[in-house]
Design a protein around this ligand. Structure first.
Ligand code: ADP
Ligand code: MG
Length: 300
């Protein structure tokens, strides 16, 4: 294949809404044997809705949502968008609709967010990350949190001034085309796997819905854990594609032999990927691989 031919292929990709970083990416589509799929925003819609607000004893649900929403308003994570939107909706109903401003905002991809709101330090995220920041969740709050997760929701902790103040749970749905797209990837000879920072119960439910075996799911992993999942498959001899949309997926997209970003996702994911597909439809990932392989056949 001549470089000119390959670049013509990338031009055709652009017509179909697939952005290909360079000729090598096209070549790589041929060898791919496994595809690691990020869950939130890639297999699921990533447009979460509020499930429940569970304040710790002595805390107020409305306050918890308002403080968490104020911090999350500064983050582009799907969980953050949902929490900020729910808080804003509540604020609009209550008092003319404003969330307090946030200072000293910091975000830890795959962990959570923290900032100063109304003179208080508010952190929202997973338990392991709170723990790393010196905040421990008291055992008596865990029952409610785990019940939300077992019921299929994604729950996050909220801490105020260094103590767990309760939790917020959210729900996400599998995209309508995801199951068919997973089948199509399998038909292309790719073994699909699911990877997520979310909890095992939610991951198992999503995997079952799209036809991925429980043994092919990596749940509760950090962004670095996503890289390890890709690396482990590579060490077993697989040539690995990874599809993702988040800041938390960027390192794994770079580690993969073929990184595929969803066009609807973050800039960071697109910059780390070899291919970017249009929109948020997982079918476009299968289509991109089909197209790239077909382009290679044409120019041989
Ligand atoms: P996924 O792999 O499903 O896209 P992430 O790796 O982005 O998920 O996040 C993993 C976990 O880290 C989330 O389920 C949540 O507990 C926590 N987390 C990450 N970002 C945020 C945030 N902005 N607010 C609250 N929790 C967060
Ligand atoms: Mg994601």
């Amino acid at each position: 294949a001549t470089p000119v031919g390959l670049l013509a292929g990338t031009g055709r990709g652009a017509q179909l809404g697939i952005l290909i970083r360079g000729p090598q990416a096209l070549e790589d589509t041929r060898a791919v044997t496994a595809i690691v799929l990020d869950k939130t925003g890639t297999v699921t819609t990533g447009r979460l809705s509020l499930d429940a607000v569970d304040p710790a004893p002595g805390r107020h649900a409305g306050d918890l949502l308002r403080l968490a929403g104020a911090v999350e308003a500064a983050s582009e994570h799907p969980l953050a968008r949902a929490i900020a939107a729910a808080a804003l909706e509540k604020a609009t109903a209550d008092d003319g609709g404003r969330l307090p401003s946030v200072d000293a905002f910091r975000s830890a991809p795959g962990g959570g967010v923290v900032g100063r709101v109304e003179g208080r330090t508010v952190a929202v995220g997973r338990e392991a990350w709170l723990h790393e920041n010196g905040i421990d969740v008291p055992p008596e709050l865990r029952g409610q949190f785990e019940a939300r997760e077992e019921a299929g929701a994604t729950a996050v902790w909220v801490a105020v001034d260094g103590s767990a103040a309760g939790s917020i749970s959210l729900r996400d749905a599998v995209k309508p085309g995801s199951r068919a797209a997973v089948e199509r990837l399998r038909a292309l000879g790719l073994m699909p796997l699911l990877v997520t920072g979310d909890n095992a119960a939610v991951a198992a439910r999503v995997a079952a819905e799209v036809g991925i075996a429980p043994s092919d799911v990596f749940a509760g992993v950090t962004p670095e854990g996503k890289v390890d999942a890709v690396r482990r498959l590579q060490a077993e001899g697989a040539t690995v594609a990874m599809a993702g949309d988040g800041v938390n997926d960027a390192a794994a997209l770079a580690q993969a032999d073929l990184g595929v970003a969803m066009g609807s996702g973050t800039d960071v994911a697109r910059e780390a990927a070899d291919l970017t597909v249009m929109g948020d439809d997982l079918a476009h990932v299968a289509q991109a691989i089909e197209l790239s392989r077909a382009t290679l056949r044409t120019i041989k």
